[in-house]
Design a protein around this ligand. Structure first.
Ligand SMILES: [Zn+2]
Length: 361
């Protein structure tokens, strides 16, 4: 009994993903797809070909690697002149414990937002900071009231590329409520120190640059014959190591606030933006269609879906654009080192293959 209890404790504390699975199984005990499927789905071998892990690694490597010509944005003024700029040297100041705490932990009533993450100036000049502070003031601090939302922030119940999960950061806390802020600030200070060393050296330790790619089955299109031995029928999802994710959240908050307060993102860009989402475009479109129908006007709509849009962004072009926008050199240098060092290991049928270069350079 004691052994069972110990195992329960270990699974609960050390393996949050086990705990999620257990909860799912308890809520839907008769559903065989709950708690076991997903990334553990077995990929069949194809007759006459190498085993699935080898084939999938090859397929991913051919998609990700390859030498490409330098894109024109890197040095051509004709293209670069269209890039909006808002130079901000403060973006490369040292990270603070508070920035890390905001990114990793639940919002706390006792922790007020005093300065904007973009440049460390008072919040009044930033629409995102002002909105957050107002919501924070309205919030009574209890779990039943609507807590303000800080973005980007850590999300639990999602897999990571290594054995550590976001729950390992986000959930542990002193039993005494009065000690929680102090504990979280101590964790934040320790991480900030590590991130600052990376920023200073403009490099990431190797353990933070090896990602893990898992394969998820795509839904069949109408009339399509599924072939689950074929990599084309899978959507690869690449998971980043936990510390890398944490660094990305802290840098992400700085860039969101900088971009928003300087108005350098077009209003039509609503995906991945705070307070917005892709469904707003759906609403705009349906309203426009209805209005035009009332006026008996003909309407044409064009939908464009770029193939592998994010995967095909060339990191050299991205860095050239960020420099032009006014991101300071140390921050771009860190992002550049990160993008150049990234590797991913493809996980298929429990076999983790060697890590491949993640992006073409
Ligand atoms: Zn701000």
């Amino acid at each position: 009994m004691l052994a069972l209890q110990r195992r329960g404790e270990r699974d609960r504390v050390i393996r949050p993903n086990e705990m999620w699975r257990d909860i799912q199984r308890r809520f839907a005990p008769d559903d065989p797809t709950v708690g076991g499927a997903g990334s553990s789905t077995r990929i069949p071998d194809a007759p006459g070909h190498p085993p699935a892990p080898e084939r999938f690694r090859e397929a991913m490597a051919s998609q990700l690697g390859g030498d490409r010509p330098v894109p024109p944005a890197v040095g051509n003024e004709r293209w670069l002149k269209h890039v909006p700029t808002a130079p901000c040297p403060a973006l490369e100041r040292p990270f603070t414990a508070t920035e890390v705490v905001h990114a990793l932990f639940p919002v706390m009533k006792r922790l007020q937002l005093l300065t904007c993450p973009a440049d460390g100036s008072p919040c009044a000049g930033c629409p995102l900071c002002t909105a957050f502070s107002e919501a924070h003031d309205r919030w009574d601090g209890s779990p039943t009231d609507d807590a303000p939302d800080w973005r980007p922030s850590a999300r639990t119940s999602k897999a990571s590329g290594d054995a550590m999960r976001m729950e390992h950061f986000r959930w542990p806390r002193p039993a005494e409520e009065g000690e929680r802020l102090e504990y979280r600030m101590a964790v934040g200070a320790a991480l900030a120190e590590v991130f600052n060393a990376m920023l200073e050296e403009m490099s990431l330790p190797e353990m933070m640059t090896v990602y893990r790619t898992i394969m998820l089955r795509k839904h069949a299109k109408p009339g399509q014959q599924q072939d689950y031995a074929n990599p084309d029928f899978y959507r690869p999802i690449t998971l980043s190591p936990l510390l890398t994710k944490a660094l990305g959240l802290v840098i992400g908050a700085r860039i969101y606030h900088w971009a928003t307060k300087n108005g350098i993102i077009a209003p039509a860009q609503i995906g991945f933006m705070p307070f917005h989402g892709g469904d707003w475009h759906v609403w705009t479109l349906t309203e426009a269609l209805a209005a035009r129908r009332r006026l008996k006007l003909p309407t044409h709509a064009l939908f464009i879906d770029l193939r592998k849009a994010y995967d095909s962004v060339d990191p050299r072009a991205l860095m050239a654009v960020l420099r032009r926008m006014g991101l300071p050199e140390k921050l771009v240098g860190l992002l550049e080192a990160w993008s150049g060092a990234r590797r991913t290991a493809v996980s298929v049928n429990g076999v983790r293959t060697g890590a491949d270069r993640q992006c073409g350079r």
